[in-house]
Design a protein around this ligand. Structure first.
Ligand SMILES: *Cc1c(COP(=O)(O)O)cnc(C)c1O
Length: 402
């Protein structure tokens, strides 16, 4: 068998084979798990990462590891990116990107509703480094254009955003960022590369929490940044390797195994999510369902244009959601009442608006608050539709909604 496939292949073939090759020594067909932290090297090997070159032998596993490297190659194939850097978690990827790109005196624009831990560090910690943050409802491209300043270095968006599932038009925002000389980073954890390839739409960086759909099985934390070699080689050398939020080879190996079935799983997630979203939309107790694959989504046209797969995340509102959350936690038999998402198991969690607006989402304008209220009301359920039989999931919801 040759080392490389020399003809163009489909997504599922790529997911299985990209980044992998039979081991040259043992001819093992599956990827090796290399747990070694250090490697036997030549006597002229440098001691600082400053001198590290792309094709150098393995030296130390924080600098690079063969199993982690295989995963990085597979992820790059998913996103049609030049290269990828893996991290111990999605937040490891996000914080490394922010600290790599931003310096005192710089300005960054960030989605007003983004992953909670990111929102929280942009509320206080990042401004304390004298980096200015403007929160913008990035679904409104004009609001981004208005927020741009001469010192804007980064525009950071999440689409669909967690937990509202509002979308951002990546192409439109990329044009605004480029004109301003700012980098555009897109957290594509919810969309996944099955739906959207932000780099092809003009983004500079794509971020993934591999903990979610790409790993897909709820057993390994991981994160990644993808982009050009020009951007990511210095990010890896100067920041990622020194900050040390390195992905463990064991987790890389688990995520590699999950990633092999990623396109198949995403088709099944989407199919199930559409069924559940339709079921919920027709349920008398449900006030509102938000799913990019439903014609009732306020940005359905953008969803069809930007997402080849509507993914598996559905949010919905029920009158007195807090009491219903207790009932769900007690009565659901298949769906786990738990945080996180993108696993083969279905997961549901209630997000209380009052609590979240205190802890995480600090809005700059009244419009941002009214958009939140329009989508989330007093609180919403975030349902990560898994890969169980859709009829069993609706039956489970049905008995818990009675
Ligand atoms: C989970 C998540 C993250 C953070 O990832 P971790 O692996 O938990 O650190 C970032 N962005 C989004 C959209 C997420 O869902």
């Amino acid at each position: 068998m040759s080392e490389q496939i020399l003809f163009p292949v489909g997504d599922q073939t790529r997911a299985i084979h990209a980044g992998e090759a039979p081991d040259p020594v043992t001819k093992a067909s599956s990827p090796n798990l290399v747990m070694s932290t250090t490697y036997v090297v030549d006597a002229d090997t440098g001691f600082s990462v400053e001198g590290l070159q792309e094709n150098d032998p393995w030296i130390y596993s924080r600098w690079g590891n063969p199993t982690v490297h295989q995963l990085e190659e597979k992820l790059a194939a998913f996103e049609e990116a030049e290269t990828a850097v893996a991290f111990a978690s999605g937040m490891g990827a996000i914080t490394t990107l922010l600290f790599h790109l931003l310096r005192a005196g710089d300005h960054a624009i960030i989605s007003d509703v983004a992953y909670a831990a990111l929102s929280e560090i942009t509320n206080d910690m990042i401004p304390e480094y004298n980096i200015e943050i403007t929160k913008v409802n990035t679904s409104d491209s004009k609001a981004i254009a208005k927020a741009i300043r001469s010192n804007t270095k980064l525009v950071y968006i999440e689409t669909p955003c967690n937990p509202l599932l509002r979308l951002t038009d990546i192409q439109a925002v990329a044009a605004i960022a480029r004109a301003a000389g700012a980098k555009l980073a897109v957290d594509s954890t919810f969309a996944t590369p099955a739906a959207t390839k932000p780099l092809q739409l003009g983004a500079d960086f794509v971020i993934h929490s591999l903990t979610k759909y790409i790993g897909g099985h709820g057993d390994a934390l991981g994160g990644a940044i993808l982009g050009s070699k020009a951007d990511l080689t210095p990010l890896r050398k100067k920041t990622a390797i020194r900050f040390g939020g390195t992905l463990s080879p064991f987790n890389a190996w688990l995520i590699l195994r999950g990633a092999a079935t990623f396109p198949l799983r995403m088709q099944a997630h989407q199919e199930n999510a559409l069924k559940i979203a339709n079921y919920l939309e027709n349920h008398p107790k449900v006030e509102r369902v938000i799913y990019p694959g439903l014609p009732s989504h306020p940005q359905y046209e953008l969803a069809k244009r930007q997402m080849k797969n509507f993914s598996g995340m559905v949010t919905f509102r029920i009158k007195d959601g807090a009491s219903q959350a207790k009932i769900f936690a007690d009565k659901l038999q298949i769906i786990h009442y738990a945080v996180s998402l993108g696993h083969h198991r279905s997961l549901i969690f209630y997000l209380d608006s009052k609590a979240l607006l205190e802890s995480s989402f600090h809005f700059d304008t009244p419009e941002q608050l009214s958009s939140w209220k329009e989508y989330a009301g007093d609180g919403l359920f975030r349902l990560s539709v898994g890969l169980e039989d859709a009829d069993d999931l609706t039956r489970d919801l049905e008995q818990a909604l009675e």
